[in-house]
Design a protein around this ligand. Structure first.
Ligand code: NDP
Ligand code: PYC
Length: 338
């Protein structure tokens, strides 16, 4: 592909680690963050792949992120594992919490992982997918920076507030979906601006609340819109509440206020729930999984695809052939690494 640089996944990982360490991350953080960035590029989720190195490095250097923070884990309650990320990026805390979360879910049927005081830049599917690989279902969400207007309004209140879900499937990849409760991720609108492309109508409004196809008008003073009108608006409100006040952490408005114009990654909490089929379904997981598979088959038999199918196909390709990074982006992230 012309104007792109072909790199193996190992090379992308090495590049990311170099850039992150150069900007103040210790080795543990750099490795954990790089794993997520490589996963995004590998699965062709371009708004959350190598492009994210720009904001993670900026956030480490100028945005208040502690690249040396050592997350603290606590067994807070029967079904609750709590992580204090101590104002580092979320990845390391999340990785530390998984074993106890899974253990608690298997024992009690339902368990929650609460992460507080974390900076967050990533997609959520790697998190729920990692939990589903242990055989339990997972649901995750978090706020971000206020940039999305409520349905019927035009001033930013919500973050792009992603929600992700994974269901473990025997002998194959889990069923996973993960999307913003705004029409698209903010990163997608940023990519349109970088490459000089208009955005479709309906993604956002300008500062006066008028519909616009100019990404800059949405990003600088305007607002993004929720998906599904009042339905996305209510879901986004739920995410603000459940991964904000409920767990003693910030809303997206608070996160933007804390940022104080530094344009760093959002700082907030995250809530991850894990569900065990055997305990919740009273002990016939084989029959439960048969019923689940019948549901998936009813979707795919008519030509519809499951969420993540595209991603898993991209993963298979990238693992063999590597990834193709736009030259301009490659030059930018290479400069961060040297
Ligand atoms: P999309 O609107 O592209 O939706 C992505 C989801 O929908 C994926 O699960 C995708 O599967 C699935 N999907 C897309 N098309 C279809 C289809 N035709 N049939 C079935 N499923 C489909 O993504 P967003 O722009 O909303 O979000 C992108 C990423 O941004 C997410 O990973 C999210 O976590 C991240 N994000 C992170 C935030 C944060 O605060 N950290 C904030 C907001 C977003 P597939 O991948 O296979 O195409
Ligand atoms: O793309 O909306 C987004 C986003 C916010 C935080 C991380 N990604």
């Amino acid at each position: 592909v012309s104007d792109t640089i072909n790199l193996s996944l190992t090379k992308v990982h090495e590049l990311a680690v170099r850039a992150l360490k150069r900007h103040g991350a210790n080795d543990e953080h750099a490795q954990a963050i790089a794993r997520i960035i490589v996963a995004g590029e590998r699965d062709e989720c371009f708004s959350h792949g190598v492009y994210r190195l720009i904001i993670t490095c900026h956030s480490l250097k100028n945005g208040g992120v502690d690249g040396q923070a050592i997350p603290a884990i606590s067994d807070r309650a029967t079904s609750v594992v709590a992580l204090d990320a101590k104002f580092g990026f979320s990845q390391l805390a999340f990785e530390m919490g998984i074993p106890l979360l899974v253990k608690k879910a298997r024992k009690h049927g339902l368990a929650a992982m609460v992460i507080n005081n974390c900076y967050h830049f990533a997609a959520l599917w790697p998190d729920v997918e990692a939990i589903a690989l242990h055989g339990v279902a997972a649901l995750a969400f978090n706020p971000s920076h206020a940039g999305v207007a409520p349905a019927g309004g035009y001033k930013p209140v919500f973050g792009t507030n992603p929600i992700a879900f994974a269901w473990p499937r025997p002998d194959q990849n889990p069923y996973v979906f993960d999307f913003a409760t705004s029409m698209v991720a903010r990163g997608e609108i940023e990519l349109h601006r970088r490459t000089g492309r208009d955005i479709p109508k309906g993604w956002g409004v300008d500062a006066q609340g008028q519909s616009t196809t100019d990404p800059a008008q949405v990003l600088d003073g305007g607002a993004m819109l929720t998906f599904g009108g009042h339905k996305g608006s209510a879901l986004s409100t739920m995410i603000e509440l459940m991964a904000g006040p409920l767990i003693g952490d910030l809303t997206s408005m608070d996160s933007l206020h804390l940022d104080a114009g530094r344009a760093a990654s959002p700082c907030h909490g995250a809530l991850v729930l894990a569900f065990d089929l055997s305990v919740l379904g009273a002990g016939d997981p084989v029959a439960q999984q048969h019923r689940a598979e019948a549901l998936f088959a009813a979707i795919t038999v008519q030509g519809a695809r499951l969420p993540s199918q595209r991603r898993f196909e991209a993963r298979a390709r990238s693992t063999v052939y590597g990834v193709h990074i736009p030259k301009k982006l490659f030059d930018e992230v290479s400069a961060l690494a040297h």
